[in-house]
Design a protein. Structure first.
Length: 132
């Protein structure tokens, strides 16, 4: 798979439809974030990061993946308070399991897509965590 569209097309239903809708939501919400494939997943908004420790590399601002039991959305951006952006939306996505930079849910209908769009916009504004 070399494009997000090929990734989505290769999924079984109902994941194909759900990740297709998620891909469309990301593209509509933050069209300036160029789609790519990174780490075997569709990614959006490639950037270079460099941490104070000296560690550096390339990653994407937003990515998504179909996992066995859930859909994952990864957002590698910090909130204005310095925490990870997805964590600051935990109360607005009650059916999602939220880690530092990951939002997991069983079905797209389990989450408010307007809140996801708000997260994507905030991530695009903030830029990637450790962006160089």
């Amino acid at each position: 798979m070399s494009t997000p569209e090929e990734y989505v097309a290769g999924l079984d239903q109902p994941r194909r439809t759900e990740l297709g809708e998620l891909h469309d939501l990301i593209r509509r919400t933050v069209p300036a974030l160029e789609p790519t494939m990174e780490f075997g997943m569709p990614g959006y908004g490639r950037f270079h990061y460099r941490y104070a420790s000296g560690r550096e590399g390339d990653t994407v601002l937003i990515s998504m993946a179909s996992r066995k039991n859930y859909i994952s959305v990864y957002v590698t951006a910090l909130a204005p308070d310095g925490g990870y952006l997805p964590e600051s939306y935990q109360d607005r996505l009650p059916k999602a399991d939220i880690g530092k930079s990951c939002i997991r849910f069983k079905r797209l209908s389990d989450v408010d897509q307007a809140v996801l769009a708000e997260i994507f916009l905030a991530a695009a504004e903030q830029g990637g965590a450790g962006a160089a």
